[in-house]
Design a protein around this ligand. Structure first.
Ligand code: THG
Length: 368
């Protein structure tokens, strides 16, 4: 299979660096090429668990809401109460449609100057936000700014980022950030990233300086054992992090995607999907995301180009979205959505692989 690069498939500011670093596998995320591997997934995993890795996640584009009504507009687009959020803080939020179905699970940053950034997963939220803002008559500008996150993840990320930006970054709490610079490259440094190994994301604010930033981080990171990597499919399943669009079915609500505790349908302010979400909150969600221990000793992960069924006897009780070999647990594990009626830990089910069914046991997330 060959993917022909054209201007319709965007390139990140770090693209030339990732090619030079030997990227071998890509996905397309928000219409931008995003590296998935540099050819040795186990080494990339080990680096993330034991040292530090740098990931081009520029495909996590920002939807900026700026203007006098920025707060009202950001709130209208978010299923979570934003009233206590302050400048310099980030929140994990669900964006839902009018029926309470999840459309995205961004990290939301509140910046200075009446600005918010929705740091989005793979879906066209810029169009959604523009339409909603215009229909509601909010006094805001909705745009995609020149911002490209570079993730620095792993137990040595803090030492590296402190060396680059100063010790003040050590006191940043989770999802908090500071607007700063490195060699006059404008950067927002945020304690965030799609792993549970600790780390930061550097939101580069000048797309012409991606290679420069990459090289600066790579050079400073050498003594910490830094290397290139990508959002790690094994670690994120061990850690129970949601992959929007992969794990959830298109009709899932946030209670069914591990985001229930961030949804606030009881607040006074209006937001899209509020009435529908209040109903789900009252009735309880039909499905839940769970972990699965898969009793199949071969170490290879099944490729899952699509979600596959989870069975209990002849009845389909869910969908399996990911299967990997956990290097730390030395077990085959997966993530899926199952009916709330069968959710109990230890419940036996069967999952469907390429060679038929395997028995599996339901467990809670995260695995580690
Ligand atoms: N960083 C940035 N933008 C992003 C992502 C990111 N946009 C797309 C995607 N990732 C958004 N999805 C997630 C999913 C989970 C987390 C962050 C972004 C996450 N979750 C923790 C958890 O679930 O345990 C913490 C949640 C919390 O405590 O609030 O970190 O990675 N810039």
């Amino acid at each position: 299979m060959e993917l022909i690069p054209s201007s319709r498939i965007r390139r990140s500011p770090y693209f030339d660096s990732t090619i030079a670093a030997g990227c071998t596998a890509w996905t397309v995320y928000n219409k931008m090429l995003m590296p998935l591997s540099y050819g040795d997934l186990k080494a990339e995993y080990d680096r993330l668990i034991n040292a530090v890795a740098m990931w081009d996640v520029a495909g996590e584009r920002q939807v900026q809401i700026q203007g006098a009504d920025a707060f009202a507009c950001a709130q209208y687009l978010s299923s979570r109460d934003l009233s206590k959020m302050v400048e310099g803080q980030g929140y994990y939020v669900a964006m839902c449609d009018h029926d309470g179905r999840i459309l995205n699970d961004p990290v939301l940053l509140k910046l200075s100057g009446n600005r918010y950034w929705f740091s989005i997963a793979d879906n066209d939220m810029l169009l959604w936000a523009k339409a909603a803002a215009a229909e509601k008559g909010f006094d805001v500008a909705v745009s995609e700014p020149d911002v490209s996150p570079l993730a620095i993840q792993g137990p040595k990320a803090e030492d590296l980022v402190a060396e680059l930006f100063g010790d003040h970054v050590r006191s940043l709490r989770y999802f908090w950030f500071t607007e700063t610079s490195l060699d006059d490259i404008p950067i927002v440094v945020c304690r965030s990233g799609w792993s549970k190994q600790g780390g930061f994301e550097l939101f580069l604010q000048d797309g012409t300086r991606g290679v420069e930033l990459w090289n600066r981080v790579a050079a400073a990171g050498e003594k910490y054992g830094i290397g290139p990597g990508a959002p790690n499919h094994v670690e994120r399943i061990e850690s129970g992090l949601l992959s929007y669009g992969g794990d959830n079915t298109p009709d899932s609500n946030p209670y069914e995607t591990l985001m229930g505790r961030y949804v606030t349908p009881h607040i006074e302010a209006d937001f899209i999907g509020k009435t529908a979400l209040a109903k789900v909150a009252a009735a309880g969600p039909e499905r839940q995301m769970v972990g699965l221990f898969i009793h199949d000793e071969t170490a290879d992960a099944w490729p899952l180009p699509q979600r596959t069924p989870i069975w209990q006897g002849d009845r389909q009780v869910g969908t399996l979205s990911a299967v990997v070999w956990s290097h730390r647990l030395e077990k085959k594990i997966g993530m899926g959505q199952v009916l709330s009626t069968v959710i109990g830990t230890g419940e036996a089910v069967e999952v469907e692989g390429p060679d038929g069914r395997s028995s599996a046991t339901i467990t809670t997330l995260p695995f580690i």
